[in-house]
Design a protein around this ligand. Structure first.
Ligand code: GRF
Length: 235
């Protein structure tokens, strides 16, 4: 979960070793059919909003067909309502098994015409049922430089390990948690005075920066075209 309002913006301007993003500045007008995204979020939804903003800014050639959320009262649901994006609440507590939940998620995503599934802070393990419904078209974001620190509390794990550099990773979803092939990463230095809250806030700045172009890059690779077909700005 995130605490996206706890840290003053000025403290986010610390040195950062952000990875270069391999998408050139493009003056080419968008030519692609917009990607049809379904976003899955459990909590705050700041990544969901960053993706929606990139679409509104016309940097990411996509549309969000639906937000799926598993927690009533999650801020992600409010963000969807504010943006006029359809949202469906599928409370995991009302399903007997993980597979039952995933069957309903897959059905809902298909009903809304989704092609790419974007796990943006989805705090449930997914099963093969969902992965098989969207082969090679499910992405996740994780707050560490995978393969380091998979699983929960990745920010705390990095702090406890004493590493000097952490970051975030966008990767394909495979059955094993946080394990699929990596699409894009950004590095964030750990400062002596960092707490989980300050470090997570700086990681989230980078998450919001790389998630939209990572979606575009994955789609471009799948379509065998240049990334600029789907992402139209330097970042
Ligand atoms: C992010 O830090 C993401 O890496 C992790 O969950 C968090 C979700 O944040 N998987 P938000 O809900 O997008 O604000």
């Amino acid at each position: 979960m995130t605490s996206d309002s706890a840290v003053p913006a000025s403290s986010l301007n610390t040195p950062s070793l952000v990875s270069p993003i391999l998408i050139p500045s493009a003056s080419t007008p968008p030519t692609a059919t917009p990607l049809k995204l379904g976003v899955m979020a459990s909590g705050s939804g700041s990544n969901f909003e960053a993706i929606a903003q990139a679409i509104a800014d016309q940097t990411l050639q996509a549309q969000i067909q639906v937000l799926i959320c598993n927690n009533p009262g999650a801020k992600a649901l409010e963000r969807a309502e504010r943006s006029g994006i359809p949202a469906v609440l599928l409370d995991h507590r009302t399903f007997a098994t993980r597979e039952d939940l995933d069957r309903q998620i897959a059905h809902t995503l298909k009903q809304h015409g989704v092609e790419w599934v974007i796990m943006a802070g989805w705090m449930r393990r997914v099963t093969q049922v969902l992965i098989d419904a969207f082969p090679d078209q499910m992405l996740n974001i994780h707050p560490s430089l995978l393969p380091s620190f998979p699983g929960i509390r990745a920010v705390e794990q990095a702090l406890s390990a004493g590493v000097k550099l952490t970051g975030c990773t966008v990767h394909y979803v495979h059955l094993e948690v946080d394990s699929g092939p990596i699409i894009m990463q950004a590095a964030v230095p750990i400062l002596a005075e960092d707490t989980p809250t300050t470090l997570q806030a700086r990681i989230q700045v980078q998450e919001h920066r790389i998630f939209p172009p990572a979606i575009a890059l994955a789609a471009a690779q799948k379509a065998g075209v240049a990334p600029t077909t789907f992402f139209n700005a330097a970042v």
